[in-house]
Design a protein around this ligand. Structure first.
Ligand code: SPV
Ligand code: MN
Length: 621
């Protein structure tokens, strides 16, 4: 009798067989034999099965119940609090080209290594087999996804974040056209955390439509359907004629207007992406990953491949993020991760109230002043602490969340974290210039990935971490995708992080609502704009009107000038950085280079003409 036959129960085998899918059976058998769990449980879409996972996670201690109904907390290991870029690699075959900036490894070598690590990794544990659907069910966007994991927390999180897909697998009618993900947290310590962090590996096998991930628990590393499937889907989209993007999707609603205007937006981690998608009074479709396809009417249609949010909790407070704050503080199914827990209550940084001076956190039993083995002081909660929640639980969920056709995009926003260069909001001259803006996005680093914070990083389309095709190819696809659309979305950039010379932010957090409403109005041709060397910016009168109408706030011309002046030298420095980066890449489309030269010339001309380094908007009006 094989190990597989020993560890699978009759009912579980039946569920597997009912899918009538030889590839699914083969894969489940193969990785059971390799990982050697003591039990294999197959989860269908039934409420009983889904509840089984939820309870298992609590029973195993991967999640602990908090005092509010439905709330649980999960802790990742102390050194497993963010995506591990170093150990995330794309497995490539000799004919596959990859940019230097993409972390890759020869496929043979990578498979050998990771399969060795996975060998026996589930010993003594229960493995869960789950079926999901990326994108709405039964749609031209749907991609079926199979997950095998020994972490009930992973399986439970996926249940909140993704659409159940056991029935979707039946629709495959036996085809092997699906993604699959093998995850093991590996050997665990007494807190239930992965011990062998030095052997943490996240290997993406493009050829095999699969990902192997081991010795980790943090969702960005462990959940197959999140950033791991994102990479497989980018590969697929770039070999076809659509886009897979690190983008939110939202419905913008201007006050007193009876219309919904859909936007998608790419922001690197921790640059205000979720909070843009959650601006009060707006509708959310998704906050992280979107597939875009051309519709019959020439619009780009977008779907959220997820149905939940794995959001950063730091700074979620009643003033800045009222919708999320309310959702996080009322009973519902919700997982907190890496927060501070005291007396059954979760606490996080920036929640708008004082935190207890002791409690339990990602480090262990914590007291104010506690230090880790390296002598570093431990914050009460991790800066990348998060919450996992279904979008349908939010009062601002858009009714088209599960629409199989997606939503038509009328605007695309690229937002970086930039303290000294770009203006708060700007519209591109056209689609290709929009691609340029996206492809030259930068972000000052934060705690969402491991490594130093505060360093300016190149973040094309907020997607560099996940790119599995050469940059030139990816940009080509964007240009071509837009050229096929007869109803192109307008493209904008935003920057919420501009600072004055004393390092103080020039904007309030909530100002993003004004920029959004301006962008919405631009789509409907309701505002004029000022043409600057780098794109179109709003006029003072439109913006100050909006501040007045929406916030009842005075917006002074001094504020406008400080925020919307064009910093010529800073922009030229940015162009120089981009010339260096792109000069080093192969097959960059000509259209892109032409735009770069055009913007550079615009900037130089403006400086010659005005003899100034920082030019006020009125000089361009
Ligand atoms: C991000 O960092 O972009 C996230 C969270 O959305 S993670 O799951 O870590 O990717
Ligand atoms: Mn993300």
């Amino acid at each position: 009798m094989s190990l597989f036959d020993e560890v699978i129960g009759g009912n579980d085998l039946k569920k597997l067989k009912e899918l009538n899918n030889p590839d699914v059976e083969k894969i489940v058998k193969e990785y059971t034999e390799l990982c050697k769990p003591k039990k294999l449980t197959v989860i269908s879409d039934s409420p009983e099965d889904i509840n089984y996972v939820r309870e298992l996670s609590v029973k195993k201690g991967e999640e602990v119940k908090l005092s509010k109904e439905g709330h649980t907390v999960h802790f990742d290991g102390y050194k497993d609090q963010a995506r591990d870029k170093t150990n995330t690699k794309i497995l490539i075959t000799p004919e596959m080209k990859m940019s230097k900036r993409i972390n890759s490894l020869p496929r043979k070598e990578g498979l050998k290594e990771v399969l060795e690590i996975l060998d026996g990794s589930m010993k003594g544990k229960e493995a869960l087999v789950r079926f999901f659907c990326l994108g709405p069910l039964n749609s031209k966007f749907s991609i079926a996804a199979l997950q095998i994991t020994d972490s009930a927390y992973v399986a439970h999180s996926e249940d909140i974040l993704y659409r159940a897909g056991y029935e979707q697998f039946k629709r495959l009618e036996g085809s092997g056209d699906f993604f699959y993900f093998i995850h093991s947290a590996g050997e665990l310590d007494e807190r239930g955390n992965s011990v062998n962090i030095d052997k943490r590996r996240i290997y993406i096998d493009l050829k095999g439509n699969r990902v192997f991930t081991v010795n980790n628990q943090y969702a960005g590393n462990s959940l197959g359907l999140k950033k791991l499937a994102l990479r497989l889907a980018i590969y697929r989209a770039n070999n076809e004629d659509w886009l897979t993007e690190h983008m939110f999707i939202m419905g913008a609603k201007a006050p007193h207007r009876d219309r919904v205007t859909y936007f998608s937006g790419a922001f690197p981690s921790a640059c205000g992406k979720t909070s843009t998608a959650m601006i009060p009074g707006q509708l959310i479709v998704g906050d992280d990953i979107a597939y875009l396809k051309e519709g019959p009417d020439g619009y780009a249609y977008a779907v959220n491949i997820e149905q939940g949010i794995f959001g950063i909790i730091e700074d979620v407070n009643p003033a800045d993020d009222p919708v999320i704050y309310k959702a996080l503080t009322t009973p519902r199914e919700l997982i907190f991760s890496n927060v501070l827990v005291n007396n059954g209550k979760p606490y996080w940084l920036g929640m708008g109230r004082e935190l207890p001076r002791e409690g339990y956190n990602h480090w262990g039993q914590w007291k104010s002043g506690s230090r880790d083995a390296d002598g570093n002081e431990i914050l009460p909660a991790h800066k990348n602490a998060r919450y996992t929640i279904r979008i349908s639980e939010l009062e601002n969920a858009d009714k088209k969340l599960h629409d199989p056709g997606g939503v038509p995009l009328q605007g695309i926003i690229y937002g970086g974290r930039d303290s000294d260069t770009s203006v708060p909001v700007l519209q591109s001259f056209d689609w290709n210039h929009g691609v340029f803006i996206g492809a030259t996005l930068e972000s000052e680093s934060t705690a969402a990935t491991l490594g130093a914070t505060g360093v300016r990083k190149f973040q094309p389309m907020a997607n560099l971490d996940f790119l599995v095709v050469p940059l030139g190819r990816y940009i080509r696809n964007h240009i071509d995708f837009g050229s096929r659309l007869t109803n192109q979305p307008l493209v904008f950039s935003t920057n919420y992080f501009l600072k004055d010379n004393n390092g103080k932010f020039l904007n309030e957090k909530i100002d993003k609502k004004i920029w959004l409403i301006w962008m919405e109005g631009r789509v409907h041709k309701e505002y004029d704009a000022i043409r600057t060397p780098v794109g179109y910016i709003p006029s003072y009168s439109d913006i100050s009107d909006l501040f007045q109408k929406i916030f009842n706030r005075e917006y002074s011309i001094e504020d406008y000038n400080a925020q919307f002046a064009i910093r010529i030298t800073k922009f030229l420095e940015k162009i120089k950085r981009m010339e260096d980066i792109y000069g080093d890449e192969e097959d960059i489309p000509n259209e892109f280079i032409e735009i770069m030269n055009m913007i550079k010339n615009n900037l130089l001309e403006a400086r010659d003409k005005s003899a100034k380094d920082i030019i006020l908007p009125e000089e361009f009006a």
